[in-house]
Ligand binder design. Structure first.
Ligand code: FAD
Length: 385
């Protein structure tokens, strides 16, 4: 990682900002504070690398892989693309996902092709598909859970084939126990669009996420310390402000109890063949299969290589905190931590773990840029006063 300044043996001195977490939240804010306001920033991360969950690297076979599962960049925000484009060129990439259902591989989100393949139909238009789905839908009066959303829209049979098992594996909870937001994110289509996302920008950093982060953090005012937990250094590093992108409950020593997260175990495999599957990700909704999905990176990165590398995802209750579990009691617990945070001067919580919310990468970039604007404005106002 040339270009980056690491703080290893240099004498410790004061910083304007100490930023915990070198993922999107911490790195974007560090770049803005250093380049925009000339602040002296130290970014620490307890992992041995930058880029947080978006970290990618070449594995032993020489294939570019994502350490924490496939990361697909998609957004509708021109502003966020413009900002990140300062640090990377892009490769256009539209993600496609197939689900293994009834021994076939069919598009998910469910679209007209899915219905025709599964039921031997010949639906020719959006209207026909709409009528077909309406005939299967089972209206639910008061839509509250993830089960309600789907059954109301497409009926119980399709719900059970595509959503029930997958969600139970992914979250360790039945969709009837989960907030409606979880399955609301996955649309059902009556056309034949088989892209997973429909955002106006769908693209992958041309040389990978880690390279983009290296460029972002390559500034004379930014120092980076890896393999460093906040708890180890909090009394040693002088700083005026703290930005904490780690888990908010951990910062407060879990004083109100643990915020529940769902985790994943990733099983990476390198194969002596050029291609493994037809698309970037194949989902396995069947509860009898222990993993939820398999991703093959070469589809995403466009890398040409005689070998290929894939990742199986096994959901688990234990392990790194990945997905905040969206249930009302967890939101209430987070609120208590948030109140404590508001009453704690000198520290701001940011990012997916700091604010206990499922955010995509672009949303976290947006959150960090918005915080920067508030800091910049406050500084301007204090200079004018
Ligand atoms: P993170 O990337 O998690 O960074 C936080 C960092 O803080 C970590 O590196 C951690 O080590 C460090 N840290 C925490 N506590 C401490 C401490 N006490 N001391 C020091 N360091 C600490 N988003 C998309 O847009 N598209 C996708 O396709 C997509 N796929 C995903 C797939 C998976 C399996 C997962 C888990 C997430 C996916 N995401 C995706 C979401 C994406 O990973 C997040 O939006 C993004 O990583 C959030 O950035 P962040 O900086 O908030 O958190």
């Amino acid at each position: 990682m040339s270009g980056l300044s690491y703080l290893n043996d240099t004498p410790r001195r004061g910083f304007d900002y100490l930023i915990v977490g070198a993922g999107f939240a911490g790195s974007v804010l560090a770049e803005r504070l250093a380049a925009g306001l000339g602040k002296r920033v130290l970014v620490i991360d307890r992992r041995p690398h930058i880029a947080g969950n978006a970290y990618d690297h070449h594995d032993e076979a020489g294939v570019l892989v994502h350490r924490y599962g496939p990361h697909i960049f998609h957004t509708n925000s021109q502003r966020i693309v413009d900002y990140l484009s300062r640090f990377t060129q892009w490769r256009p990439y539209e993600h496609r996902v197939l689900a293994v259902v009834d021994e076939q591989q069919v598009p998910i989100p469910i679209n007209r092709t899915t219905l025709n393949a599964l039921y031997g139909l010949d639906l020719q238009s959006d209207e026909e598909a709409e009528r077909y789905l309406a005939s299967r839908a089972e209206p639910v009066d008061d839509i509250r859970t993830s089960e309600d959303v789907v059954v109301n829209q497409i009926g119980r049979e399709l719900y059970e084939k595509f959503f029930r098992g997958y969600t139970r594996k992914q979250w360790g909870l039945d969709p009837s126990q989960l907030d409606k937001s979880v399955t609301s994110r996955i649309p059902t289509r009556t056309n034949t669009d088989d892209r997973y996302f429909t955002d106006s920008f769908q693209q992958i950093p041309l040389h990978g996420y880690t390279r983009m982060f290296e460029r972002m953090l390559d500034h004379p005012n930014i120092k980076v310390m890896l393999n460093t937990d906040y708890r180890e250094i909090r009394h040693d590093i002088q700083h005026d402000q703290l930005i904490y992108c780690g888990p908010i409950d951990e910062y407060f020593d879990f004083c109100y109890g643990k915020l529940p997260y769902r985790s994943l175990r990733f099983e990476h495999r390198s194969l002596d063949q050029e291609r493994f599957q037809a698309v970037g990700t194949v989902n396995y909704p069947d509860e009898g299969v222990p993993y939820t999905r398999i991703s093959e990176y070469k589809h995403i990165t466009g890398q040409a290589h005689p070998k290929t590398s894939i990742t199986y995802e096994y959901p688990s209750a234990e392990g790194d905190p990945y997905y905040p579990i969206p249930r009302p009691e967890n939101a209430a617990l987070y609120k208590r931590y948030q109140q404590l945070a508001d009453a704690t001067p000198g520290v701001t919580f940011l990012g997916r773990l700091g604010t206990y919310k499922y955010y995509n990468m672009d949303q976290v970039v947006g959150q960090a840029l918005a915080l920067y604007q508030r800091i910049e404005q406050a500084q301007r106002e204090s200079q004018e006063a």
